[in-house]
Design a binder for this molecule. Structure first.
Ligand code: GUN
Ligand code: ZN
Length: 428
C-alpha cells in the first residue's frame, strides 16, 4: 500500500464536489489484484489506520480523479484546427483523406502513441475513442493502451457507404471484423470495445442491423456514434431513412440505443429525442469546442436537465480543438451561458468538473470504477499544481471557496497544471 498526502477533490453521488484540504489517499491492491483506492479522507483522521504505510507528501498540490474523455478520435490527432464551412465538407476535405492513411499499420501505431501522450499530459486517463475503419487501427490503440495499463475503450469505425475509397469498408467483412475485435480486446486487462457506426448516413441498413445484432449479443460492449450535430447532416439522415421518427430514432430502430451507448453531440434534439435518450439509458458526449469550431450549434443543457438524460464532456478531437479538459469545461460554460434558446444555464464549476470525471464515468456505466477518488475506484488520478503559472498562482491564492478554486483552474488551467498522472497506482 502507498499513501499520498495532499488536498483531495472527489465527487458525491449527486455530482457535488468534495474537497479535503489536508487529505490522505491510500492506494493498494483490490480484490482482483488491480491497484485501487483503499481510503480517501482527512489525513489526521485516517493516517492512524495505516501504520507503516509510506506516504508521499505533496504540499500545495491537489489530487483529483483522472479526466474521462467521452468522445474522441485518436486518428484525428493531426486533424485538429482544420477549418471548414461545416461538418460534411470537413469530413470530405480533411478527415476522410487523413483517416485513409491509417491503412498503414506502422503509421496507426505511431499516432496511437502520440495520442496517448497527449491524453496523459492533459490528465485524461480514460477515453472512448473512435479508430478508423481499418481493423488494425484498433489493435494499434489497444496495444499502446495495454502497454501503459490504461482503461481505454475503442472501436473500428463502420462506414460502408457515402465514404471514399480508402476508408469505406465492406458490409459483411466489417461486421466479422467487429466481432473478431470484440473477442480479441473486450475485457482484456482494462480495455473495452465499442461498436462504432460512424453515423447513420455512412452506414447501410444492413450494416446498422448487423451492428445492432452484435450490440444485443455482446451486452456489455459499448456503442458509439454521432447524432444531430449539424443541420445539413440531419437533413441527409432524414432523407436516407424517411421512415424514422427522427435522426436519433434511426439508431433505436436498429437496436443501437441502450446503456453503454454514447452519442456525440445531440445538439438538434426535440423532447421526444431527449426522452428516448433517458428511457434507453443512452448518454450524450457533449463536445463544445468541436461544436464551436465546426459551427454545429450548441448542446441544449436546459433541455437535458429538464428531461434528464445522461451526459458528459468530450473533446471530439479533431473536430474539437483541444485535448485539454480545462478548455473543454470552459467552452461548455460558454455554451451554457450564451448558447441556449431559453435563458442561459449557469453551469457551475463543480458540475462542469463532474461532467468530465464521475459524471462521464456514470455515462459509461463505469461509476465506482473510474472517475472518482472513492474507495474501490481504480487508482487513476492526477496531481494538480494550482501554482503552475504565475497568474494561476495569484488567482488560486485568492480563491475564497471551492467554486472559486475550480473556476480558476477551468479558466486559467492547461496541461501545465497537470503536474503528474498516476495510472493504476503507478506514476506514468
Ligand atoms: N460525423 C461523422 N463522422 C464524424 C467525425 O469524424 N467527427 C465529427 N465531429 N462528426 C462526425
Ligand atoms: Zn466525433
Amino acid at each position: 500500500m502507498h499513501g499520498y498526502r495532499a488536498a483531495l477533490l472527489s465527487f458525491a453521488d449527486d455530482g457535488s464536489a468534495r474537497y479535503e484540504q489536508d487529505g490522505l489517499l491510500v492506494v493498494g491492491p483490490g480484490s482482483d489484484g488491480r491497484k485501487v483506492i483503499r481510503a480517501a479522507g482527512n489525513y489526521q483522521s485516517l493516517v492512524g489506520n495505516y501504520p507503516g504505510v509510506q506516504v508521499t507528501h505533496l504540499p500545495g498540490k491537489i489530487l483529483a480523479p483522472g479526466f474521462i474523455d467521452l468522445h474522441v478520435h485518436f486518428p484525428q490527432t493531426d486533424v485538429i484546427g482544420s477549418p471548414s464551412e461545416g461538418l460534411l465538407p470537413w469530413l470530405e476535405d480533411y478527415t476522410f483523406p487523413h483517416e485513409a492513411r491509417f491503412s498503414d499499420h506502422a503509421y496507426a501505431a505511431g499516432v496511437a502513441k502520440v495520442f496517448l501522450d497527449e491524453l496523459l499530459r492533459n490528465g485524461v486517463t480514460t477515453a472512448l475513442t473512435f479508430c478508423t475503419s481499418h481493423p488494425h487501427s484498433v489493435d494499434a490503440i489497444m496495444e499502446a493502451s495495454q502497454q501503459r495499463g490504461l482503461r481505454m475503450i475503442a472501436g473500428k469505425v463502420l462506414q460502408d457507404r457515402h465514404s471514399p475509397d480508402g476508408v469505406r469498408d465492406d458490409t459483411q467483412q466489417s461486421l466479422l471484423d467487429t466481432e473478431a475485435l470484440i473477442r480479441r480486446w473486450h475485457g482484456k486487462d482494462r480495455l473495452g470495445y465499442a461498436i462504432t457506426p460512424r453515423f447513420a448516413p455512412s452506414c447501410s441498413e444492413a450494416q446498422l442491423r448487423g451492428a445492432g445484432e452484435l450490440a444485443a449479443q455482446y451486452g456489455d460492449v459499448w456503442i458509439q456514434s454521432h447524432v444531430a450535430e449539424n443541420k445539413e447532416e440531419i437533413r441527409w439522415a432524414r432523407e436516407l431513412f424517411p421512415a424514422a421518427r427522427s435522426y436519433l430514432s434511426i439508431y433505436q430502430d436498429f437496436g443501437l440505443m441502450r446503456e453503454r451507448a454514447i452519442y456525440a453531440h445531440c445538439i438538434h434534439f426535440d423532447d421526444d429525442d431527449r426522452a428516448l435518450m433517458r428511457d434507453t439509458g443512452s448518454a450524450a458526449a457533449v463536445s463544445p469546442t468541436s461544436n464551436l469550431f465546426l459551427g454545429s450549434g450548441f448542446f441544449d443543457y436546459e433541455g437535458a436537465h429538464r428531461i434528464g438524460f445522461r451526459h458528459g464532456l468530450a473533446s471530439d478531437v479533431g473536430g474539437g480543438t483541444s485535448f485539454c479538459p480545462f478548455h473543454t469545461m470552459l467552452a461548455a460554460y460558454y455554451v451554457g451561458r450564451e448558447g441556449q434558446t431559453k435563458p442561459g444555464v449557469s453551469l457551475g464549476p463543480q458540475d462542469l468538473w463532474w461532467q468530465h470525471t464521475a459524471g462521464a464515468a456514470r455515462a459509461l456505466g463505469l461509476e465506482g470504477v473510474v472517475g472518482n477518488l472513492a474507495p474501490g475506484c481504480e487508482a487513476d488520478f492526477i496531481v494538480l499544481d494550482p501554482q503552475a503559472t504565475p497568474l494561476l498562482a495569484r488567482k488560486t491564492a485568492h480563491a475564497r471557496d471551492l467554486d472559486e478554486l475550480l473556476f480558476s483552474l477551468i479558466v486559467l488551467g492547461d496541461d501545465r497544471a497537470v503536474a503528474s498522472v498516476i495510472i493504476g497506482g503507478q506514476s506514468s
